[in-house]
Design a protein. Structure first.
Length: 342
């Protein structure tokens, strides 16, 4: 378990949890299976230790995950008078990823930052970062870190906790298809299945239970897909008009980037989402040595080598031009660095 490489931090976290009666858990905005699964599993674990726990995740919550055990425990604000002195952040590369929820963190609170992104800003008073360049066997999902922490603390994992953590592992590896599908994550998934997670049922709920509006949105977006650089770059958009025409919400755009990234010969895929008149969200997926995190870092974002994102304060058209140019530059730079075949 690579969490062992973070033993001093793990011991500090154990002490903080033992000392704190009230705990605030924060997930990131545009919540995915990892931030939700970790938040809900850890909340149940802490409540079983006799703690008072509040789970805050920025709205809107994705209906795709409404079936998760404990989903209804997510609230918009702590109850009046509650001021937890310990705050746990899951899967957030920086404080901004929690959006408007950050103002619920009391000034005196100790912040614990648990993440697996190498680009994490280390904003916590205590940082447990299990990522490339930090540990020898980086976590594919923060859910793995939670499972290992529960084992380290001697806390039992219920079938409900196992289900939430399995969702974290499965979704952050793209259904165990991405390059971060390591022996470690497969072993952890098997352990969670033994603890009560149902892999077949979970896969059905996540990948085979989409509303018709989701498919309509995907069709509109992919119909406008552009492929450039001799098939090395593909990009598509989700506009507010597409949302209106399909009857979908923005959360239903998740997964379109994976369709783009399935094109043979591709080296970079980009998804542009129109959030506001001067705000565009981008998601980037790459192959070979093209660095998605480096592309997104140019626009204030971050993530992993193969998958990253950012929010760009530009109109959709301006963002397309700027990010497309950055991706083309990264592809060209990578091509120049590759050794020539003899």
């Amino acid at each position: 378990m690579s969490i062992k490489e973070l033993q001093p931090e793990v011991d500090q976290l154990r002490g903080l949890l033992e000392q704190s009666q009230e705990v605030l858990i924060l997930g990131h905005k545009d919540a995915d299976g990892d931030t939700l699964g970790c938040s809900l599993a850890f909340a149940e674990a802490l409540e079983r230790q006799g703690k008072q726990v509040y789970v805050l995740i920025p709205p809107p919550l994705p209906e795709l995950y409404a079936w998760l055990p404990g989903f209804d425990r997510v609230i918009e604000a702590p109850p009046a008078g509650a001021e937890p002195n310990l705050v746990l952040f899951f899967d957030a590369g920086n404080m901004e990823r929690t959006g408007s929820m950050a103002h619920h963190v009391a000034a005196h609170a100790t912040i614990v930052n648990l993440d697996h992104h190498a680009s994490n800003s280390r904003f916590g008073d205590l940082n447990l970062i299990d990522a490339e360049g930090v540990t020898r066997e980086p976590a594919s999902a923060v859910g793995q870190m939670c499972l290992e922490l529960f084992t380290e603390f001697g806390w039992p994992v219920t079938p409900e906790m196992a289900t939430n953590l399995y969702v974290a592992l499965m979704t952050d590896t793209g259904g165990f298809r991405h390059e971060n599908t390591t022996p470690r994550v497969l072993a952890d998934a098997a352990q969670l299945a033994q603890l009560g997670a149902d892999p077949g049922e979970i896969a059905t709920m996540v990948y085979k239970s989409r509303p018709l509006t989701t498919l309509r949105l995907q069709a509109l977006s992919l119909a406008g897909m552009q492929v450039e650089a001799d098939g090395q770059l593909a990009w598509a958009k989700v506009s507010k008009r597409m949302l209106r025409d399909s009857g979908a919400v923005m959360a239903e755009s998740e997964g379109i980037i994976d369709s783009l990234n399935s094109i043979v010969g591709l080296r970079a895929a980009i998804m542009f989402k129109e959030i506001g008149e001067r705000l565009t969200k981008i998601s980037v997926r790459t192959r070979e040595d093209v660095d998605a995190a480096a592309i997104c870092a140019r626009f204030g974002g971050g993530g992993h080598h193969r998958a990253a994102g950012a929010e760009v304060e530009l109109s959709m058209d301006e963002a397309v031009q700027a990010v497309r140019d950055a991706a083309m530059e990264a592809i060209a730079d990578n091509a120049r660095r590759r050794p020539k075949r003899k």
